[in-house]
Design a protein around this ligand. Sequence first.
Ligand code: HXC
Ligand code: NAP
Length: 285
Amino acid sequence: MLKDGTFTGKTAFITGGGTGLGKGMATTLSRLGAQVVITSRKLDVLKGTAEEIEKATGNKVLAVAADVRNPDAVKAAVDECVEHFGLPNIVINNAAGNFISPTERLTSNGWKAVTDIVLNGTAFVSLELGRRMIEANQGGVFLAITTIYAMSGSGFVTPSAAAKAGVEALAKSLASEWGRYGIRYNCIQPGPIRTKGAFSRLDPTGQWSEKMLDVLPTGRLGEVQELANLVAYMVSDYSSWMTGEVVKLDGGEYYSRAGSFNELRDVTKEQWDMLAQMIKSTKGS
Ligand code: HXC
Ligand code: NAP
């Protein structure tokens, strides 16, 4: 979609960049010329992904292990990025933890496992990199991957919903506060896109994604590349006036679930003829 070389001379720092959606974003930015740092807990996974992307794009990808829940580990990962590529211009907070569970079954550790990764992890990465960008008078663009239930809330994934809502508040706050330093901060809310990490924890039986096909007006799940295309635009200079924004990329899921009469899509043509007759016959009453 974007011109070749859109990100030449730029460095992108992507949390959770070794798998799933993060891997797709890393590949796309690398293909468009960026030097990419991917970071998460599992160094072997990161190294495999880095090698694969470098082979496909010819651009450097650095794998750095860090648990985003640990501010010291985040600092060390940023130090390594700076040593190899300099301060990043693009930061994508994509790492997350999640699993379905009735909320009353969660222990405090279960709650913390998710909220620490999603909210505190995003905060630690944003603070470490934002502070350095401000000191270096460099500017930059942040993006956080949230999801549509950050707006609606959702039972059975309560820690994730609460933390993602927090991430959106953090993004909007920093967009306002750090704009004067040339920093933008936006969010994308993806709908369902099949990845091993997400679907093994949210849809272990496959029933949820099956039902989802009836809800989505587009009739299918999203694809990793579709998200990566939007990400590339939102971290590029083509979107240089966009900040504090939250963009849905959900195949229509949110509004499809919200509209009171949307389930009428199952009504047949014959049933509509009958309903029209019934409605017309009540005219004037
Ligand atoms: C209840 C659970 C549980 C489950 C873990 N716990 N799984 N409780 N039901 N299914 C509890 C444990 O018992 C423990 O509490 C606490 O959580 C921490 O568990 P650990 O396994 O020690 O945690 P950790 O190794 O840090 O792993 C974190 C994790 C794990 C979040 C639990 O799933 C993970 O590593 N996830 C990373 C990747 C991921 O989740 N990707 C999907 C993102 S998808 P106790 O009290 O027993 O010590 C996503 C999509 C959103 O966000 C939108 C979709 C449309
Ligand atoms: P995924 O492959 O499981 O991605 C999550 C990534 O986060 C993994 O690479 C994981 O790597 C990393 N991570 C987890 N805990 C970490 C920690 N403590 N420190 C550092 N990294 C950590 O799942 P995904 O589907 O691609 O999800 C990516 C993002 O998209 C998440 O923010 C998710 O909420 C969001 N999202 C996904 C969907 C979907 O349908 N797939 C929909 C909406 C939103 P390690 O295990 O190596 O740490």
